[in-house]
Ligand binder design. Structure first.
Ligand code: HEC
Ligand code: HEC
Length: 315
């Protein structure tokens, strides 16, 4: 046998046996009924006091959150949100501040699979939205009433073909978006999302990829204040009638984080460069690390075999 044949043979053997190079991609969520039902029960028992899928409660509406964050981020946040906040994860810190530093309890007792089931349920429920009729006429009163009404008009006209506040349409649900992303990001994104994507903004690229690079149209004819009004309206609507009689500040745009975020000069731009959790393709977890180690040992073993083989045929 010629040496080149031997090398070819070894290469082929390596290719065939190399442990499936899984490129670090996150696990897919389960989509079978059983997992979704199990997820619903877990959600009702652990999360329901603070969260609903279509509307806000104490915590954000969770509609389409499975598309807005990577699974790695969601697992980390649900298991121990405070550790991510302390570690300075930009997104976790921003949301925590938006919800007046309300501490979400940690759920270390839930296994990864439990959390995947909960997320499968959230993903499934994001398709249907809110069965409740919210009462916009109540929500539209107050100091920001006119701005909210203006926002509603613009939203219905420009955005409602693709977005709802409580469920996924063509694009993601926007209910809690005003509290989970800063206005300083939202305004340029709505103005011209493709430009923000081209500039390399990590989150914009992440969400665009989640929606198969669907190109949301640019709204360059909307002013900064127009766009702010749309989010004031969505914020008021997502807060829902749950808060009407209570003292919950979220209903009152005066007290909600929205009003603190002035359009001009604007809050400091959130640096998504730190959003390492979105770089899910790079992250090598322990199992993949072990695979890699296995593969290296494998290669070393084959090289040793080849070496012995050559020594033998050269004799
Ligand atoms: C005691 C109230 C409380 C409970 C219980 C709770 N959460 Fe939360 N959750 C919050 C608050 C408040 C926030 C906003 C961030 C913060 O304040 O840390 C939040 C944020 C989140 C986020 C981030 C949303 C985003 O847009 O990124 C996810 C995901 C989440 N919760 C999932 C869950 C799940 C799943 C459960 C149940 C296993 C749960 N939460 C139980 C209060 C709660
Ligand atoms: C033709 C469909 C379409 C229209 C119209 C549209 N969008 Fe979108 N939007 C999308 C899609 C799809 C995405 C997902 C990201 C992507 O593909 O760029 C998205 C993403 C977003 C996001 C990011 C949400 C998040 O939480 O990550 C915001 C904010 C947004 N749109 C706001 C708006 C507003 C405000 C309007 C109206 C002025 C609007 N969009 C009109 C399709 C649309």
């Amino acid at each position: 046998m010629k040496i080149s044949d031997c090398i070819l043979f070894i290469l082929l053997f390596l290719l065939m046996t190399f442990p499936g190079s899984s490129s670090g991609q996150s696990k897919e969520l389960p989509s079978d009924r059983e997992s979704i039902d199990k997820g619903e029960t877990l959600f009702l028992n652990n999360c329901n006091v603070c969260h609903a899928i279509p509307v806000e409660r104490i915590g954000p509406a969770l509609s389409t959150v499975t598309k807005k964050r990577s699974l790695t981020w969601l697992l980390g946040f649900i298991k121990n949100s405070q550790s991510m906040i302390t570690a300075g994860d930009t997104h976790a810190v921003f949301i925590f501040r938006s919800y007046n530093n309300t501490v979400m309890p940690s759920f270390k007792k839930l296994s990864d699979d439990d959390i995947f089931d909960i997320l499968a349920y959230i993903q499934d429920a994001s398709k249907t939205g809110s069965p409740k009729d919210l009462h916009p006429e109540v929500l539209l009163s107050g100091k920001y009433g006119d701005a909210i009404l203006h926002g509603k008009f613009l939203f219905d006209q420009q955005c409602a073909v693709c977005h709802a506040f409580d469920k996924e349409v063509i694009g993601p649900a926007l209910g809690s978006t005003p509290k989970t992303l800063p206005l300083s990001w939202l305004i340029p994104f709505v103005h011209n999302s493709q430009e923000v994507i081209k500039k390399g903004d990590i989150y914009a690229n992440f969400i665009s990829e989640q929606y198969d690079h669907y190109k949301m149209p640019a709204f360059t004819y909307l002013s900064e204040n127009d766009i702010r009004d749309i989010f004031l309206y969505l914020n008021a609507k997502a807060t829902g009638p749950v808060h009407i009689s209570g003292s919950n500040a979220a209903l009152n745009p005066d007290l909600s984080p929205m009003s603190k975020l002035k359009v001009d000069p604007g809050p400091p731009r959130m640096s998504f460069e730190e959003g390492r959790h979105y770089r899910r393709y790079i992250s090598l977890n322990l199992i993949q690390g072990l695979f890699l180690l296995g593969a290296l040992i494998h290669i070393a073993f084959i090289i040793a075999l080849a070496f012995i083989f050559f020594r033998l045929i050269n004799k």
